[in-house]
Structures are given as structure tokens and as C-alpha cells.
Design a protein around this ligand. Structure first.
Ligand code: ADP
Ligand code: ADP
Length: 229
């Protein structure tokens, strides 16, 4: 099943006299339950694309549809509802509230959505069942990022969008975080898109989508992962 359908997506940022063409015509389908990685050099348009898929930003041209919601013609309040109901975000920085425990940081989100997991379930999925009553300052960077993943998945989003979730972590810790995302994807069936430079993702992803200069340069389907024969 197709979750996202993007056609001819363009994004232009007007910077005074200069137009920055961040996306130059992106056609992309995202399939339900897949874990895809967006790869490409800095400035190629990865974050712009992710933000448009997540309803944090709008395209300048083209169309992007999530199931039966046309995000390219949605109002600001439609986009807010879309984000709240359907999308979990993970960023490079964890944005945890320092005065709340891991459990409480996750509970903030589960209190405002319709069909949440419990904070305990979400934290167990990222292997933090033993850290639930710790405060952010008592947790390592990788653990804090896993709390932020638990917070994102606890609302049971259909889509999980991750923008450099391992960007502030050393590569070994980054692998643990990516494995937590993979486990969530496999357990919950959450359609997941990850921007990362961590090479290990190539083995975990269903597809590696390469972006170059605002366009999709290449899509590699990871057949070895799918078909062990
Ligand atoms: P990536 O995530 O691949 O590093 P981005 O999507 O962040 O790329 O950026 C693509 C291009 O758009 C870059 O040239 C960047 O400088 C520009 N850009 C991104 N966001 C903005 C913004 N808010 N205002 C102006 N230019 C932007
Ligand atoms: P709220 O429900 O608190 O009003 P929003 O509807 O603005 O939140 O946003 C929904 C989701 O999008 C939240 O998970 C929030 O973390 C994320 N989000 C919104 N705006 C931004 C932003 N500028 N940068 C990063 N994440 C954002």
C-alpha cells in the first residue's frame, strides 16, 4: 500500500535577491511499513523533503498526498492535525524536558493523542525499561535519543520521520539508536524515513533513496534484506 505519493515536488526559498532551489521536481512513493533512508550531500534537499512529507513545511509546486489527504492544498490547521495524528518526529537534538523523567517526557505526548501506547510500552520498545525514572541528565546521549524515539512512537503514528537522529552521537551509539528505530518499524509497522550518514543503515533499510541537487538521483531496493534465498 502506498502511504505517500509525491509528484513534481519543488521548493524554492527566496533569500532576498536570490532564489534557492531546494527541490527541483521530486517524484516519490513511500510504501506502508517500509523503512527508507534518505542519503545525499549536505544541502541536497533531504530535510526540505522530510519536512514537506511531515507537514512542517509546504512545497512551492507539485503535489504530495498522504493516503487521502492532499498536503499540497491543506490549510495550516489541516497540517497541524495531520502532524498530530499521523506523524512522529525525531531530530538530531532530543528536546527532552530536563525536569521530567524519561517516563514523564513520554507521557506528555500520550496524554494528548487518541490511541497511544503506554509510556512503559514505548520505552520498553527502545530497551529503556530500566531507565524509566531517570532524568535526561542521568542518561547518555544515546539513551536520551531513545527516549525521544519512545516519545515519537508512543502516539502510534503511521509515519515516523527522523532527521539525522544519530547526528550528535558517536557511530557505535548511533548504531544502537538506528537499531531501536528498526525494532520500532518492525514491531509497529510504522512507515519510517531516516536521514542519516551512518553506513550501517544500508543493511537495515528497505530502500536507500539518494538525493542530489534537489532531485532523486537513485533508489536502491535492499533485496538481500527482503529475500534471504
Ligand atoms: P539537506 O537536508 O540535504 O542538507 P536542506 O533541505 O536542508 O538540505 O537544504 C536544501 C537547500 O535549501 C540548501 O541550499 C539550503 O541552504 C536551503 N534551505 C534550507 N532551508 C532553508 C530556509 N529555511 N531558508 C532558506 N534556504 C533554505
Ligand atoms: P502541538 O500539537 O504541540 O501544537 P504541532 O502540531 O505544532 O504541535 O506539531 C506536531 C508535531 O510536529 C510535534 O511532534 C512537534 O514535535 C513537531 N514539530 C512542529 N513544529 C516543529 C518544528 N519547527 N521543528 C521540529 N518539530 C516540530
Amino acid at each position: 500500500d502506498r502511504v505517500f505519493c509525491a509528484r513534481g515536488l519543488t521548493k524554492v526559498y527566496h533569500m532576498g535577491e536570490v532564489d534557492v532551489h531546494a527541490l527541483r521536481g521530486v517524484d516519490l512513493d513511500l510504501l506502508e511499513g517500509e523503512l527508507d533512508v534518505l542519503l545525499g550531500p549536505s544541502g541536497s534537499g533531504k530535510s526540505t523533503l522530510l519536512n514537506i512529507l511531515g507537514g512542517l513545511d509546504t512545497a512551492s509546486g507539485g503535489t504530495v498526498v498522504y493516503r487521502d489527504i492532499d498536503l499540497s492544498h491543506a490549510t495550516e490547521s489541516d497540517l497541524t492535525n495531520f502532524r498530530r495524528q499521523h506523524v512522529g518526529f525525531v531530530f538530531q537534538f532530543y528536546n527532552l524536558i530536563p525536569s521530567l523523567t524519561a517516563r514523564e517526557n513520554v507521557a506528555i505526548v500520550t496524554e494528548i493523542v487518541e490511541n497511544p501506547m503506554t509510556p512503559e510500552e514505548a520505552l520498553a520498545l527502545v530497551n529503556l525499561q530500566d531507565r524509566m525514572d531517570h532524568f535526561p541528565a542521568q542518561l547518555s546521549g544515546g539513551e536520551q535519543q531513545r527516549v525521544s524515539i519512545a516519545r515519537a512512537i508512543a502516539k502510534n503514528p503511521a509515519v515516523l520521520l527522523c532527521d539525522e537522529p544519530t547526528g550528535a552521537l558517536d557511530s557505535k551509539t548511533g548504531i544502537v539508536v538506528l537499531e531501536a528505530l528498526k525494532r520500532a518499524n518492525e514491531t509497529l509497522g510504522t512507515t519510517t524515513v531516516i536521514i542519516t550518514h551512518n553506513a550501517v543503515i544500508g543493511d537495515m533499510a528497505d530502500r536507500v533513496i539518494s538525493i542530489l541537487d534537489g532531485r532523486i538521483a537513485d533508489i536502491k531496493t535492499n533485496t538481500s534484506k527482503r529475500d534471504p534465498s
